[in-house]
Design a protein around this ligand. Structure first.
Ligand SMILES: Cc1ncc(COP(=O)(O)O)c(C=O)c1O
Length: 358
């Protein structure tokens, strides 16, 4: 008997995922693959850091992936500027970048706009602009980027065990990955294959594949081996990205439609619409209080729905001094509605969600 569960790591099965021929989907003309997006930014630092100059300063949104920020702090002086997913523009008055500094502009949840950044870039040409397109790696913004560098963590939206892509829309030199392939990718891939077997009803111990995934991630966290895995390098071009994007957008649209038609007392969608040809990262909700968020999360887990929190703050002691970002991080929840699921799953998820009482 097949098992029904929603969210957490991708599982892997060649049968469903690959196309019969390599995808003609958009990719930058020149790019470099790394084991992770974090590794690509750290490699960029080695390229940009001139000898005998002070530590480079990097500016990131106050609402961002704090495990990445923790890593950045090992290589850069990290500052934050105000950019929240529910505000249409970053607050550029809080972005005090000087010539030679680096700025990460993030397409948060894939719903942000390129436009404010285009103007900012024209006025700040001596600052190195890096865009993070992790939440919609194939958006019109990513394709039309004019940034110095752009990066996407590919394994966050695609069923591959590792993979970060770095390119330069300005055609600047790209750094090389360091060392060897990370053995973490092998562990994560094994976990993904076992997860599929588990979902198919086989006698697989869930703890075993979860342990492989955690161990794999820990090994990927060592950026001294940042070569992308042979698996990801070869499978990535065969993924049916067009189909994934369509399914993801359809699922999120359906989820939002249901949420607006039958509003909950306890939570609401973070966004209701998005620009044409873009695909949001996932269905993101904001709960009425941190207590409701935590109780809703536990309730969903007990119903085999595994929501993620993008992103906890403080995380491992790291946080920014931006109360609105911290407040959001305590009330936000990601409901997994990606390409793995069909509309029947979305109805089911919504029904369970709608039966929640704190
Ligand atoms: C938006 C965003 N960018 C980049 C990263 C780093 O990704 P990776 O795990 O590939 O280093 C993360 C990590 O969660 C993220 O959420």
């Amino acid at each position: 008997m097949k098992r029904w569960e929603i969210g957490s790591d991708f599982d892997y099965s060649t049968a469903d995922l690959l196309m019969s021929a390599p995808s003609l989907f958009w990719l930058p003309k020149k790019y470099q693959l790394f084991s992770t997006a974090t590794a690509s930014i750290l490699a960029l630092k080695i390229l940009l850091q001139k000898k005998k100059t002070p530590t480079l300063k990097i500016h990131v949104p106050a609402f961002y992936c704090m495990s990445l920020v923790r890593k950045l702090k090992t290589a850069f002086e990290v500052c934050c500027y105000r950019d929240l997913p529910y505000e249409s523009h970053p607050d550029f008055a809080t972005l005090r970048a000087k010539p030679g500094d680096l700025v990460i502009a993030v397409n948060l949840f894939g719903i942000k706009s390129q436009k404010p950044w285009t103007k900012w870039q024209q006025e700040n040409q001596n600052v190195v602009l890096i865009e993070d397109h992790t939440h919609d790696p194939f958006s019109p913004w990513a394709k039309n980027s004019t940034a110095d560098y752009a990066v996407s963590s590919l394994h966050k939206t695609l069923p591959i065990p590792d993979g970060g892509i770095l390119w330069s829309p300005q055609n600047l030199a790209l750094p090389e990955p360091l060392g060897l392939e990370s053995s973490g990718a092998n562990l994560r891939l094994t976990s993904m294959v076992l997860k599929r077997a588990y979902l198919n009803g086989m006698t697989i111990n869930k703890e075993d594949y979860l342990r492989l995934s955690i161990d794999g991630q820990n090994q990927l966290d060592d950026e001294s081996n940042s070569v992308v895995s042979t698996f990801t390098r070869n499978i990535f071009p065969l993924l049916n990205i067009r189909n994934f994007r369509q399914k993801r957008a359809d699922n999120i649209r359906k989820f939002i439609h249901l949420s607006l038609n039958q509003p909950s007392l306890y939570w609401k969608p973070l966004f209701e619409t998005w620009a044409e040809d873009t695909v949001p990262f996932n269905s993101i909700i904001i709960c009425q209080s941190p207590e409701i968020r935590d109780s809703l999360r536990q309730y969903l887990i007990s119903s085999n729905i595994f929501p993620a929190i993008h992103w906890r703050q403080p995380y491992d002691g790291v946080s920014f001094d931006e109360p609105d970002a911290i407040a959001l991080s305590e009330e936000i929840l990601t409901i997994p509605t990606d390409q793995r699921y069909d509309l029947t799953d979305i109805f089911c998820v919504f029904k369970i969600l709608n039966q929640f009482t704190p």
